[in-house]
Design a binder for this molecule. Structure first.
Ligand SMILES: Cc1cc2nc3c(=O)[nH]c(=O)nc-3n(C[C@H](O)[C@H](O)[C@H](O)COP(=O)(O)OP(=O)(O)OC[C@H]3O[C@@H](n4cnc5c(N)ncnc54)[C@H](O)[C@@H]3O)c2cc1C
Length: 364
């Protein structure tokens, strides 16, 4: 998506773009994610500003490309006890709470917003600005719109292997491409070409497990998170969070896999549910069951009903700046060649704004 959004920005500004993709169809983090355009947990300042700008761009692009499935659905994070409630209260007291559309709602109000939440909880943090897109189909739809301009070519099944001069790269078929600018948006593929260009890249890889259910049979009108998400997102840092961390341990499975619940409904009615975080290499090559059992329990407690059958399980890897306060790693790596990677768990959200910043900085 980072590459595709750079293509979008360049084509919008009147340029011609060739997008080169190693796989027959993109298979990276951008289609394995939740499709959450996630404002709620972003750190105040540059990160929040980038996410809010990106949300505006997603909405605008979504109006032109309906296949993106942009939905301004907001999110609810149910809280189950006074400690979790205190973190939500601290969040709505932030000076930037209004920009995020934060509001603390009662359980009854939460059910009026999202009637599927028939389970047990005390109150919920509502974030009006959160939105969603359909990650599995977003890129093909964007590419169709780009192709229609007559100034865009997608070349799948070709790996960029080498920088061979100013604004010039060679692929693994031996073909050379020259442009006014080359953007390497290689996601979490940090070996090979990227390692040769930047041996000490300050970016690490993070692996996540995900699942998707059969259709729920009713709308889930908002995204849903659990209070474990408070522990991972900078927006929730507060004395109340310190008290939560000190006084209420995560369940052992959630702690072991650094888990939170995030959940969003897909167009077919199924629920995309995650996630875990794995930082140590070598990454597991298989998916493990315990996290799925934990997530099923949490979701069932919020919905007050059994979860539909799980139909798909997968893992994904994203690239994250080792200084996690940085929105992205953007670096000129050769004459006319820039590397843009490392947006971390917010890369889907921020990709349109990241591409816009590159375009502005490079004077496209
Ligand atoms: C499970 C999971 C859930 C997530 N949920 C969210 C979320 O809900 N919201 C959010 O904002 N972010 C989320 N993220 C993060 C987000 O998905 C990523 O930050 C983002 O998709 C990164 O986009 P990218 O284009 O940089 O990488 P990718 O989508 O991985 O794309 C990189 C592409 O480059 C290609 N490539 C690599 N090297 C070469 C080469 N040499 N030549 C040609 N092609 C090459 C790859 O084949 C790939 O298609 C999630 C990530 C994961 C893994």
């Amino acid at each position: 998506m980072v590459g595709t959004m750079h293509a979008w920005q360049a084509v919008e500004r009147g340029h011609e773009v060739v997008q080169i993709e190693r796989e027959a169809e993109a298979r990276g983090a951008s289609l394995r994610n939740f499709g959450q355009i996630w404002i709620s947990g972003r750190a105040g300042g540059e990160e929040l500003d980038t996410a809010l700008r990106a949300r505006e761009l997603w909405e605008r692009i979504g109006a032109r490309v309906p296949g993106l499935g942009f939905r301004a659905i907001g999110s609810l994070t149910p809280v189950r006890n006074p400690r979790e409630l205190a973190v939500a209260e601290a969040a709505v007291a932030r000076p930037d709470a209004a920009a995020r559309g934060y509001e603390l709602v009662t359980a009854e109000e939460a059910r009026a917003i999202n009637p599927a939440l028939r389970g047990t909880f005390e109150a919920a943090l509502w974030c009006e600005r959160d939105a969603a897109v359909e990650p599995r189909t977003a890129q093909p739809h964007l590419r169709d719109a780009l192709r229609a301009t007559g100034r865009y070519t997608f070349l799948p099944g070709r790996e960029v292997r080498e920088v061979v001069g100013t604004g010039a790269v060679r692929d693994d078929h031996g073909d050379v491409y020259r442009g006014d600018a080359v953007v390497l948006a290689t996601g979490a593929w940090l070996s090979g070409l990227v390692r040769e260009l930047v041996p000490d890249l300050p970016v690490r890889r993070v692996r996540l497990q995900m699942m998707q259910t059969a259709p729920l049979g009713e709308p889930l009108t908002t995204s849903v998170a659990d209070a474990d998400s408070f522990r991972y997102y900078p927006a929730y840092r507060s004395e109340a969070l310190d008290a939560l961390s000190a006084g209420q341990a995560q369940t052992p499975v959630a702690a072991a896999h650094k888990m939170q619940l995030l959940m969003v409904q897909r167009h077919d009615g199924g629920l995309t549910i995650g996630d875990t975080h794995e930082y140590e290499h070598p990454f597991a090559f298989d998916t493990v069951e315990d996290p799925y059992e934990h997530l099923t329990e949490v979701v069932e407690s919020f919905l007050g009903r059994p979860l539909p059958r799980i139909r798909r399980r997968w893992a994904g890897v994203y690239a994250q700046c080792t200084d996690t306060t940085r929105v992205v790693h953007r670096q000129q790596v050769a004459d006319g060649v820039w590397l843009v990677t490392g947006p971390g768990g917010r890369g889907m959200t921020c990709s349109p704004a990241i591409a816009e910043t590159t375009a502005n900085e490079l004077g496209w």
